[in-house]
Design a binder for this molecule. Sequence first.
Ligand SMILES: C[S@@+](CC[C@H](N)C(=O)[O-])C[C@H]1O[C@@H](n2cnc3c(N)ncnc32)[C@H](O)[C@@H]1O
Length: 286
Amino acid sequence: MAFSTSPRPALQPRFIQHKKEAFWFYQLVSVAYDQIFKPQHWNEDMRDDALEPTDLRDPELKVVDVGGGTGFATLGIIKSIHPKNVTILDQSPHQLAKAKQREALKECTIIEGDAEDLPFPTDSVDRYVSAGSIEYWPDPQRGIKEAYRVLKPEGLACIIGPVYPTFWLSCFFADLWMLFPKEEEYIEWFEKAGFKDVKLKRIGPNWYRGARRFGLVIGCSVTGVKRGSGDSPLQLGPKAEDVNKPVNPFVFLLRFILGTIAAAYYVLVPIYMWVMDKIVPEGQAF
Ligand SMILES: C[S@@+](CC[C@H](N)C(=O)[O-])C[C@H]1O[C@@H](n2cnc3c(N)ncnc32)[C@H](O)[C@@H]1O
C-alpha cells in the first residue's frame, strides 16, 4: 500500500485529540456540522458504501453507534435495523441534542458516554459501528478493545475513519490536528484487540476520483469479527487521559486555536478537490 511510513506514534495526542478539546470543538462544530462540514467529507453514498461490510440485514440486530454525533451514520443503520434496537453514544451533548431532534431517530436510545469506556455489558451487542470518531480518541487501541468487549461472539465491529495523507502539507496539518491513522495501523489495532477476518475498504467522495495523497477525513471502513465470548485478550494499562484533571486554560486555548486552524486546512482540501474534478478531464488522475 502506497502510504508513508514515517514514525508517528498514535499515543501522542494531537490538537483536538484530547477529550476535553474534542468536547469543546464539537460544541462549536455542532452548530453547522450537518450543513457545512459533513457534506464535504461524508455523504450518503459514502455512508452506505462504508456500512455495506457491516451486514445489517437483520432488523432485530442490536447495534451501537459510538461517536454517533448528530445521527448521520445512524440514519444509514436504521435503513435496515429497527430503531428500537439502536443505541447512539457520544461524549458531546451538543451533538446528541441534534440527533434527538431527528424524527427518524425518536425510538433509538441516545446516551452520553466515552468510546474508550463503554457503558454496555460484555457480549451484549451484535454490531458495533463508529463513524468519524476514532480520530478524536486519545487511545484508539483502547476504543477498539472496548468494541471487542461489548460485542457478542461472532459480532461485527465497523470503524469508519480518516486515512493518513502522503502529500507533505497535508501530512503537516494531519500531524497537528487529530489522528489520521494509516491503513496498516487500523488493521494492527483490530488484530491486537483479538478480531478475526479483519478487512479494510477504501471510501471517499466521488469527486476525489480515488486520490488519497491529500488525506481523507473519512477514508476507510474497517471491519472485524469477534472470535469468542468475553473481554479482549489485549491487556492495557490505565487510561492515557484523565478528563477530570485540571488543564492550564492558556495552554488549552492555544492548543484549541491551533487545532481549529489545522482543521480549516481540511475544509479547504475537499473544495480544492471538487474544483479539480470540474477542470481536469475525466479519466485523468490529479
Ligand atoms: C465527525 S463526528 C461523527 C458523527 C457521526 N458518527 C456521523 O457519522 O456524522 C465525531 C463525533 O465523535 C464524538 N467523539 C469524539 N470523541 C469521543 C469519545 N471519546 N467518545 C464518544 N464520542 C466521541 C464527537 O463528539 C463527535 O460527535
